[in-house]
Write a protein that binds this ligand. Sequence first.
Ligand code: NVA
Length: 307
Amino acid sequence: MATDFLSITDLTAQGLTQVLDNADNFRQGQGSGTPLKGKNVAMLFEKPSLRTKVSFDIGIHDLGGHAVYLGQDEVGLGGRESVEDIAKVLGRYVSIIVARVFTHETLERMANAASVPVVNALSDYEHPCQAVADLLTIRQHRGRLDGMTVAFVGDSNNVSRSLALGCAMTGASFRLAPPNGYEFSAPDAEAIRAVFRDHGNAEGFVMLTSPDEAVAGADVVYTDVWTSMGQEDESPMRREAFTGYQVNDALMGKAGPNAIFMHDLPAHYGEEVAPGMLDHKQSVVFDQSENRLHAQKAILELLLPSS
Ligand code: NVA
């Protein structure tokens, strides 16, 4: 029976801490051999990718396995062949399927049909592998997660959802500041709040409209693109709505004195982030990018025993 990783909440809080500990060991150069030796992993990508693709490819190689990359033009997911048929066929060749898709439902269909674990390498709903790397980075730079306050200035999207849920599971609080009209829907916000409640931090999730209010005294300031992949048609409208929701030096000055700046990238300078912010003295963005590699290895290792 395959155990999938479609949402960060597919892990227990204890499981997530274990993954973070293992990822931290990889970060510190303490690898754990070649558990993927003789195994193959399919990487099926409907959307472009730099960090996710390269970190999975190298992570699989470092663990002794072989990665097969399949772009949308080659496979024709749901067009040339059905999602289910592709999942069933790949399951005969590989031990894990890593997939980046437009709609989360595609992942769920794939996971239902596949005989091997399916990993969410980004959907429109969640980006759990990113969240693992993000939590690892916060731990690396702030020493802990429990009691931390993460301020996310930007969209209610895949990245903010996974990070909010990951914060709930690790004792951190999460303040989201999207412009009016870009909040999580009421049921989505309630679903996130329920995870905070379940982990004993009922007040841990707050939605605000003011970036200043969100970052006030925060330990982490995070932003992501205003327009996610698949929303390109909305870009002019979003550019207007998100004006003022930019992380820059002035906004960082309103966060806590040791606050770190994070961005999952790619960055759109002049939109969600001011030019130069990635090299700001409080930026940990390139450590965050590096941590994608350590996180992917820990995630692959976790899924391996059941594959
Ligand atoms: N929210 C962004 C994340 C990119 C890594 C997107 O989905 O395009």
